[in-house]
Design a protein around this ligand. Structure first.
Ligand code: GLP
Length: 256
């Protein structure tokens, strides 16, 4: 794992987009296509803007998978992740294919469908963020680090539903769904490379817990420290509580 800290979101996003573009170009050179897992959230916004400026990528050759979504929230709802992904990825990049999670389908059947779609795919790159409670995708604590299925139905914690209420996309807490579909932790970890973007003061504690606490299901995104190719991009405010993290290089006890 590599942790990189930048004075501003803009600078972090610029470097993250360069790393993403290098990975995508390499996949296109070797296989003629690339497959990416896409997250949502504020931490991704500037990164996605910068990524669109990167030259030499034929986006028609790219397939995206949707990382996580609320159960039962229609794709037109402002809080649905499909709305975000359409605006910030589909309309902007016009990729060859985007596999959306169908939030209105029967959740278990939808997981089976998505799991079949991704099972034999090489995923070159995953964009991830972390939740205020350390969740990864919507894998809430305690997360299952060993489950076989690539997609799961999960119950959302109160803290996560409050985080969603704060986005302003829901009027009341009761409107925030209680369940979600998420890519599982083992499936996220099968991505060849993972970029983790964490921006803003409100992520300070989550960043410290994930990077400096134990690697444990109680802090789901801490599992990323076991991935051989994972880079964290933080702005200085998100990194403010880090003490033991060696910025810009690998931690001695992590996978290399
Ligand atoms: C939600 C999503 C996560 C995402 C997180 C990031 O919680 N379920 O998949 O990683 O938001 O939030 P932000 O980008 O605002 O830091």
């Amino acid at each position: 794992m590599v942790v990189r800290v930048f004075p501003s979101i803009l600078e972090a996003a610029r470097d993250a987009s360069k790393e993403a573009a290098d990975v995508i170009r390499r996949a296109l050179d070797s296989r003629g296509e690339a497959c990416i897992v896409a997250a949502t959230g504020n931490s991704q916004l500037e990164f996605l803007r910068q990524l669109r400026q990167q030259p030499g990528i034929n986006w028609e050759r790219i397939t995206f998978f949707h990382l996580d979504e609320f159960v039962g929230l229609g794709p037109e709802h402002p809080g649905s992740f499909a709305t975000y992904l359409k605006e910030h990825i589909v309309e902007r990049f016009q990729p060859g294919h985007f596999y959306f999670i169908n939030s209105l389908a029967k959740p278990h059947d939808e997981c089976v469908r998505l799991s079949q779609l991704i099972r034999n795919k090489t995923v070159d790159l995953a964009f991830t963020g972390i939740g205020d409670n350390g969740h990864l995708g919507f894998n809430e604590p305690p997360a299952d680090f060993t489950v076989e299925e690539p997609f799961l139905v999960v119950s959302l914690q109160h803290a996560t539903r409050l985080q969603q209420l704060r986005t302003g996309n829901f009027k009341r807490l009761e409107e925030v769904p209680q369940q979600a579909i998420t890519m599982s932790v083992p499936q996220i970890m099968r991505s060849k490379q993972i970029l983790t973007l964490v921006m803003g003061e409100h992520k300070q504690e989550a960043a410290r817990n994930c990077l400096e606490g134990a690697v444990s299901p109680r802090c789901p995104a801490s599992v990323l420290r076991r991935h051989p190719r994972n880079t964290w991009y933080l702005d200085s405010s998100a990194s403010a509580l880090l003490q033991g993290t060696v910025v810009g290089s690998k931690r001695p006890n992590d996978a290399d």
